[in-house]
Design a protein around this ligand. Structure first.
Ligand code: ZN
Length: 361
């Protein structure tokens, strides 16, 4: 029997780390840190694995790769786009392997299919041909205009990105709400390797002034525009190329819009402007802001604002996906289970499992 062990990622917004044992192979899916600072999976009971697969480069999926020596220093598999985006990557070149963005691979006897997850440059879901199929969605989204989502094959068991729990509000409405909050100038801190170029595109489409992009977001936009990000859609490539050609402000302006990393204003241009401009220029955060950060404090005290920007699936997206792949058991990852009421109800008759050791049926 093939098995799934949840090392970390069940019962809260926790770092991703899952162990698949199938056909004699032991494969670890993601090994992240955060999003709360310093939270890491306990990999001590895992032992040696044959390989690590990384779904995408975000820290809560990839920032604990330095634990590889405790896992037997296995080869690490990720897409070209993910390798390009892992910060301070501790994996030596000779242990890096490539996964296709969309395709099939045989790795240590496991038949793996991948597809774009709609969430990040190089980001993928992973499907294993074991039992009736096992799908690990990683983080995914059906709403991005830049990063499309590919429908996975039939999957009896699904680890679902339930980051938003029961929430079902649409990105289009959130973008409109953000637009209404923008006055004469705003700083929009965002995660590097995420929503930055799409935010620029959508706000300009809504008629807002062209934003200044910090160097990292600018690079991401240029990579998309030049065709160097194969996870982005051709339409997005053309639209972002046109936006860049139209000329964006060279410098941040307190009366203009600035889209910059990092997401909690703890690093990059966002940190610099947070120190200089907080109190005079509005700061609007749009992602998960960890509790122990200055940004969290500023929002709590009313000195900064917050408007969600979906980069994970809504409840209805998750229900549609589970139905489309024929899910017979679902593990809701990255969410507080106590808050889930509607999702399990709508997934029925497929049971929602709250277990750490699961037989892959
Ligand atoms: Zn992510």
């Amino acid at each position: 029997m093939s098995r799934l062990t949840i090392v970390s990622g069940l019962g809260g917004k926790l770092p991703a780390c899952f162990l698949v044992e199938a056909g004699g192979a032991r494969i670890l899916l993601d090994v992240g840190e955060g999003p709360e600072p310093g939270v890491r999976p306990n990999i001590e009971p895992v032992g040696k694995v044959d390989a690590i697969f990384v779904s995408h480069a975000h820290e809560d999926h990839a920032a604990a790769l330095d634990l590889a020596p405790d896992l037997g220093n296995p080869p690490v598999y990720a897409t070209k786009g993910t390798w390009a985006n892992i910060k301070n990557c501790p994996v030596p070149e000779d242990r890096r392997r490539l996964l296709p963005l969309r395709g099939n691979a045989e790795i240590f006897g496991a038949s793996v299919t991948t597809g774009r997850c709609g969430h990040a440059p190089g980001g993928i879901w992973l499907h294993f041909a074991v039992g009736g199929g096992f799908l690990y969605t990683g983080d995914w989204s059906a709403e991005s205009k830049v990063y499309p989502f590919d429908m996975p094959p039939q999957s009896a068991t699904v680890v679902l990105d339930a980051s938003y729990g029961d929430r079902d509000d649409a990105l289009d409405d959130q973008v409109a709400a953000l637009g209404r909050m923008l006055g004469d100038g705003a700083v929009l801190p965002i995660p590097i390797g995420g929503r930055g170029p799409e935010m620029a595109l959508r706000l300009v489409e809504l008629g807002h002034v062209k934003p200044h992009l910090c160097p990292e977001v600018r690079r991401q936009a240029e990579t998309i525009a030049s065709g160097g990000d194969d996870a982005a859609s051709p339409q997005a490539q053309a639209a972002i190329a046109a936006l860049l050609r139209s000329g964006l402000p060279e410098k941040p302006d307190p009366k203009g819009i600035t889209i910059c990393g990092d997401s909690n204003a703890e690093g990059g241009l966002a940190a610099e402007l947070f120190a200089r401009w907080l109190g005079s220029t509005p700061f609007i955060f749009t992602g998960h802001v960890p509790k122990k950060t200055p940004a969290h404090g500023a929002i709590a005290e009313g000195r900064a604002r917050w408007q969600r920007w979906n980069t994970h699936p809504r409840r209805s997206d998750n229900v549609r996906l589970a139905r489309a792949v024929g899910a017979r058991q679902v593990i809701p990852a990255f969410t507080d289970l106590a808050g889930l009421v509607e999702l399990p109800h709508e997934l029925a008759p497929a049971p929602m499992l709250r277990a750490y050791d699961i037989d892959l049926i």
